[in-house]
Design a protein. Structure first.
Length: 324
């Protein structure tokens, strides 16, 4: 795989090549929860959940779910649930300011701990997470579809556990798998409950399909969705052949060792990092958190998803290394 070159591109300057799909036909669903649709094959098998629009500005997952629903696919074993999550934020998507619809009150993907879900705090995102909590609780396996700020190759985030790494290998796509522990700002849905328990057979993956509005992110989302469902033998072979062009790539694993959480009110990077840059020399300064230099902890350090949402308490970048 060829690693990306540095590109001094503001997220607002990426062209918007995708259009938000019309998801209004799926509002009623069939579960009693808006925008949640469940198909039960009547044949024994796992309960699989696929989620999109955890962030309202990430269009590729909604496009992939819309594709599957319009195709009329039904699982041939087990139960398949499809959920559009932060639909309130998605409804505000505006091509003139596409980043603004990420969330309304707070990040939907930082609230997935019992302390927060059972707490007294109120927000649009928390209300929706509480509504969807029984849907997530019921699932044996989850695929959560996302996209990224910058034009970085797709990444499968499998969590810190061996079971997550093995699950990513079983799905086999995309090429880069990142094993990480999430964010100090709050727990992700893929780490919620039994998914983060090494003794539980339940498992979850989060896929980052590429830059938010690049046309390729929708194609990646469709392919990872199909390969995820193939893992559970849920799809008709003819449908798979019609929509998958070739074999899965040989995967590479990055183990995240450090997450740089911003401590000050002013964080800056030393260069226009976009992600997957390999910094050859340990001790290289890659940013400053107020007056504190941020340095790579070892040689050949890989930068994972450097953020441009540089606020105190948020993750600026994750640091890792290729394994094997």
């Amino acid at each position: 795989m060829q690693l990306p070159e540095l590109r001094a591109v503001a997220i607002e300057d990426y062209p918007i090549q995708l259009s938000p799909p019309d998801i209004s036909p799926y509002r009623a669903g069939n579960t009693g929860i808006d925008y949640v649709t469940r198909f039960d094959s009547g044949t024994p098998g796992p309960h699989v959940l696929v989620t999109a629009l955890v962030h309202g500005n990430e269009l590729c997952g909604a496009i992939a779910l819309d594709f599957l629903l319009r195709s009329g696919v039904r699982p041939r074993r087990g139960v398949l649930t499809l959920a559009f999550c932060n639909v309130a934020a998605f409804a505000t998507f505006n091509r003139a300011n596409p980043t603004a619809s990420r969330y309304l009150d707070e990040d939907f993907n930082r609230v997935w701990s019992p302390e927060v879900l059972d707490g007294k705090r109120r927000s649009v995102e928390l209300a929706r997470a509480r509504e969807l909590r029984p849907v997530v609780d019921a699932a044996d396996f989850v695929l959560d579809i996302h996209s990224m700020q910058h034009a970085t190759p797709p990444l499968m985030l499998c969590g810190p556990l061996d079971k997550g790494r093995a699950f990513a290998r079983e799905v086999g796509y995309p090429e880069i798998v990142v094993s990480d522990s999430g964010h100090a700002a709050g727990r992700r849905m893929r780490d919620y409950g039994a998914f983060g328990d090494p003794t539980s057979p339940k498992n979850a993956l989060l896929v980052e399909c590429g830059q938010h509005w690049d046309a390729s992110s929708a194609e990646v989302a469709k392919e990872v969705l199909l390969r995820f469902l193939m893992r559970f033998d849920m799809l008709d072979d003819a449908f798979i052949r019609a929509h998958l062009a070739g074999p899965a790539p040989k995967q590479r694993l990055i183990e995240v060792t450090d997450a740089v959480t911003i401590r000050s009110d002013q964080f800056t990077f030393t260069d226009d990092y976009v992600g997957l840059e390999v910094i050859p020399e340990g001790g290289t300064e890659i940013g400053r958190d107020g007056d504190r230099p941020v340095r790579t902890p070892y040689d050949n350090c890989v930068l994972i998803m450097p953020s441009r949402r540089l606020a105190k308490g948020q993750t600026a970048v994750r640091l890792g290394r290729f394994i094997g």
